[in-house]
Design a binder for this molecule. Structure first.
Ligand SMILES: [Zn+2]
Ligand SMILES: [Zn+2]
Length: 332
């Protein structure tokens, strides 16, 4: 087989369409993967909608699980057949001031999988061998896929939320359903905030052990020590600020958000803070993936064939899924 199959975006605002391409060869320090599963992330919707601007045409997808099927020159430590995961951060320069200080997530010259380099809505993809993670054996391919962004960037947000015994999660989708399990396993009380009237997600959150679930417009029954915003809704920032106690943090975990409305300084005062999370470091992945296995996290996954990527994105947009959506390419 010397061709690959993929779902490609030609321009923002258009649908993905199927393409056949020559099978790419990995360059120096690169591997080629036969993709077995790729998660669908909200960031993919922002790419499609043109909320953020990367390279086009592009093959989206940055929650990739696959097996190495070709090795480029100079790759060591990986062998044909190895199972690896490929995350959003596809490459960092290694020399800019951010890379030099352990903050490669802020690299000045990065490549992002499925955004500025082709991703995993495909039968095959090329990845930088230095930016792949081994996947713990307890996860099968489709259940591992959401860990690679929803889990990983969620984990970075969770760390930045600090030592918060009472944690609010705004937007109970793929990331929150993973982080809630980790936080509860670590003995925290988790409160879930969903869209108004989304009783299905609220029930799902309670089933996973959240002590409370309600609408994001509701006042929580107890003050939060920290809040993480996964929903891309700027109006939630002042709401979450009101819900956190003195010294509380509000962490914005998404890559894009609607504008934040103005609010009284009094709501920020008393050392409350607002911060954002950008991307991930490899250290985040090396810490999180084994921890996810240790905590016994179970991802809730709905699979769709790769050719139904547009349908999957529509379902994500409508909020019509518990947990994560994962695309599976035809196995050949
Ligand atoms: Zn850099
Ligand atoms: Zn993502």
């Amino acid at each position: 087989m010397d061709t690959m199959h993929a779902m490609q975006l030609d321009a923002p605002g258009t649908a993905l369409h199927p393409v056949e391409r020559p099978l790419p060869l990995p360059g120096p320090d690169e591997i080629r993967l036969a993709v077995s599963a790729c998660g669908v992330c909200r960031t993919d919707l922002h790419v499609l909608d043109g909320d953020i601007h990367g390279t086009v045409p592009i093959i989206p997808g940055h929650e990739i699980v696959g097996r190495v099927d070709a090795l480029g020159p100079g790759v060591s430590g990986l062998a044909l057949g190895d199972r690896v995961g490929v995350p959003w951060l596809g490459h960092s320069c290694g020399v800019c001031p951010y890379c030099a200080t352990g903050r490669e997530n802020l690299c000045d010259a990065p490549l992002f999988t499925g955004f500025t380099r082709d991703g995993g809505y495909a039968s095959h993809c090329i990845a930088d061998a230095h930016f792949c993670f081994p996947i713990p054996e307890s996860f099968d391919d489709v259940h591992a896929a959401p860990l690679l962004c929803a889990g990983l960037i969620g984990y970075r947000a969770y760390r930045l939320a600090g030592d918060a015994p009472v944690l609010g999660l705004y937007g109970f989708g793929a990331a929150a359903h993973i982080l809630a399990q980790l936080a509860i396993w670590q003995g925290r009380r988790v409160l879930a905030f969903t869209r108004e009237g989304d009783t299905q997600s609220q029930r799902f959150a309670r089933e996973l052990g959240c002590v409370w679930a309600g609408a994001s417009s509701d006042d929580p029954p107890e003050p939060l020590d920290a809040a993480i915003l996964f929903a891309p809704v700027g109006a939630l920032v002042p709401r979450a600020l009101k819900a956190v106690r003195k010294g509380g943090r509000v962490v914005c975990a998404g890559i894009h958000m609607s504008d934040i409305p103005s609010f009284p300084y009094a709501d920020l005062w008393e050392e409350r803070s607002i911060l954002s999370v950008a991307n991930l470091t490899r250290a985040d992945g090396e810490a999180f993936l084994p921890l996810a296995a240790q905590a016994g996290i179970r991802t809730s996954v709905t699979t769709l064939p790769l050719d139904q990527a547009n349908e999957a994105l529509d379902r994500l947009r409508r909020g019509d899924v518990d947990g994560a959506l994962v695309l599976v390419p035809p196995q050949r």
